[in-house]
Design a protein around this ligand. Structure first.
Ligand code: M5T
Ligand code: MG
Length: 240
């Protein structure tokens, strides 16, 4: 009864009230596949994430995990099977250590530090007044967008869910840090079904399938090489 991590979107249409956000979406991501999603702001990328996590349900079609409609999943088991680095990182008013260990309360300090190092967060944490015991979030020290993202990545590195979603996970860090984190993310992705939402070609080009969304519809899909040959939207992003 272990979750394998097969994800399937079967002709999914999703609306917020009258606003059609996703239309006739088919995605086949058997366990271990890496799917990248690109598209302009408002194209519907985060909405795909929201449907996998069941923050929302589609009006038409089905989202399946391991061949079972996510509506029939026990919500706790489903959410435990999906590790998400959200676009907007949420930090609790708690210590940095506890923020990283959220999702794995029995993590040791060694594991927390290893995860922080891999996410390029260790150095700035050590510069904080109380290191890993520094309280952050609403009632604590404020962190920059890029620092928050690195905490969120460290958090994801600690849990080992079969499905991993990275929604703009490195958008606020500089190129050099992104390059360093990429190594850790690659290790994290190994063996997991992964959805990578990103704007930079460097983050998506190794994916098994790259999907281009436009106004809630898939307009292009394929590997990096296939999409370059197509000379369409992806090619234009590549050239810029
Ligand atoms: C897709 C609309 C949004 C956009 C479309 C969260 C939310 C979104 N929308 C609503 O009408 N109500 C809502 O509560 O849905 O939005 P998305 O999936 O968030 O797009 P994205 O992730 O591709 O965009 P971005 O900016 O993260 O690159 O029309 O107005
Ligand atoms: Mg989004």
């Amino acid at each position: 009864d272990k979750v394998r991590g097969d994800v399937l979107f079967d002709n999914v249409t999703f609306k917020y009230e009258d606003n059609v956000v996703l239309q006739d979406i088919d995605i086949d991501a058997p366990a271990g596949k890496k799917v990248a999603i690109m598209g302009a702001t408002g194209a519907g990328k985060t909405s795909i994430v929201n449907l996998i996590c069941r923050f929302y349900d589609p009006q038409k079609g089905r989202v399946l995990v391991d061949n079972v409609d996510v509506r029939d999943w026990d919500l706790k088991t489903l959410r435990r099977s999906v590790s998400v680095v959200m676009q907007e990182t949420f930090l609790f008013s708690d210590t940095i250590a506890n923020n990283i260990a959220y999702g794995k309360d029995d993590a040791s300090m060694d594991e927390i530090i290893a995860a922080a190092k891999a996410a390029c967060a260790h150095d700035f944490i050590m510069e904080m007044p109380e290191g890993y015991d520094t309280v952050v979030g609403e009632r604590g020290v404020g962190l920059s967008g890029g620092q928050k993202q690195r905490i969120a990545i460290a958090r994801a590195l600690l849990v080992s869910a079969p499905i991993l979603i990275l929604d703009d996970a490195t958008s606020s860090v500089d190129m050099e840090t992104e390059h360093k984190i990429q190594q850790a993310l690659k290790r994290l992705m190994a063996g997991r079904t992964t959805f990578i939402i990103a704007h930079r070609i460097s983050a998506v080009k190794d994916a098994d399938e790259i999907i281009i969304l436009e106004n809630g519809r898939i307009v292009e899909r394929g590997t990096h090489d296939q999409l370059l040959k197509l000379r369409g939207v992806y090619y234009d992003i590549f050239r810029d």
